[in-house]
Design a protein around this ligand. Structure first.
Ligand SMILES: C[S@@+](CC[C@H](N)C(=O)[O-])C[C@H]1O[C@@H](n2cnc3c(N)ncnc32)[C@H](O)[C@@H]1O
Length: 233
């Protein structure tokens, strides 16, 4: 009888299968958005409004440094983050995308800090670095435990008044959808919120992205702060 793989092997395969999937994807905006490159403008508009609302909070984040997580070729860095922050760092598991980012971001190169070619499951930023940590369309590539560890690491790398932004697909049902093609999961709202709570984060703002085409997963934006620092906003 064939031997069953152990949990560690299954976990490794979850990440290596995703890496193999992304190796085949072109380093373009359309590639980053699974053939839905045409929604990029609407997506950025929604993010822009959300980010601006964070700058109006009582304890607004400063505008020094942001981190783009699962940055791909730097679509969000270029169209959103460099417009608001003095410096943006990128973390992305696929080195080919980071190479493409260097060209894609050439018009704003002076604002780009460090490119980290790493999976978020292995990434650990130094303490008190970032005013905003932006995580979009990547957290479904992390397994639950790694997601919680990642959020915990993010908390330590936030500067005072810093905020973690999560913008992700969620399922309309209460169930997790598994995508074996790109080796990711789509979580229901309840699961995402449970991960925030388990990591010690409090959601200070939540908004649904408007005007995406029908048939796509609902997309939500969350602004999160470490529970121990969160006060009334
Ligand atoms: C759907 S694309 C989104 C890219 C970018 N966030 C955007 O919205 O344009 C997902 C990105 O996550 C990256 N990715 C997948 N698994 C990852 C992991 N474990 N750690 C970091 N990045 C990962 C992929 O290589 C790809 O660039």
């Amino acid at each position: 009888m064939e031997e069953k793989p152990d949990t560690e092997t299954i976990q490794c395969e979850f990440y290596s299968d995703a890496a193999k999937y992304w190796e085949k994807i072109p380093a373009t905006v359309d590639g980053m958005l699974g053939g839905f490159g045409f929604i990029s403008h609407t997506d950025i508009e929604g993010s822009e409004l959300f980010l601006r609302s964070l700058f109006k909070l009582n304890r607004a984040p400063q505008k020094n440094r942001a981190l783009d997580c699962g940055a791909g070729i730097g679509r969000i860095t270029k169209n959103l983050l460099v417009k608001h922050f003095k410096q943006v760092d990128l973390v992305e598991q696929n080195p080919k995308f980071l190479e493409a980012a260097k060209t894609y971001l050439d018009t704003c190169a002076s604002k780009i800090g460090t490119y980290y070619p790493q999976g978020l499951q292995d990434f650990c930023a130094s303490t008190k670095q970032y005013d905003v940590i932006w995580c979009q369309w990547v957290l479904g590539h992390l397994q639950d435990d790694d997601l919680i560890d990642f959020f915990r690491n993010c908390q330590t790398s936030l500067r005072d008044n810093g905020v973690i932004v999560v913008k992700e697909n969620v399922t309309s049902s209460d169930k997790i959808d598994i995508d074996s093609e790109d080796s990711s999961v789509t979580r229901p709202l309840r699961e995402l919120k449970y991960a925030f709570e388990k990591a010690g984060l409090i959601c200070i703002k939540e908004q649904k992205q408007k005007s995406f085409p029908r048939g796509l997963y609902p997309v939500y934006m969350f602004a999160l702060r470490p529970a121990k620092t969160a006060t009334i906003e």
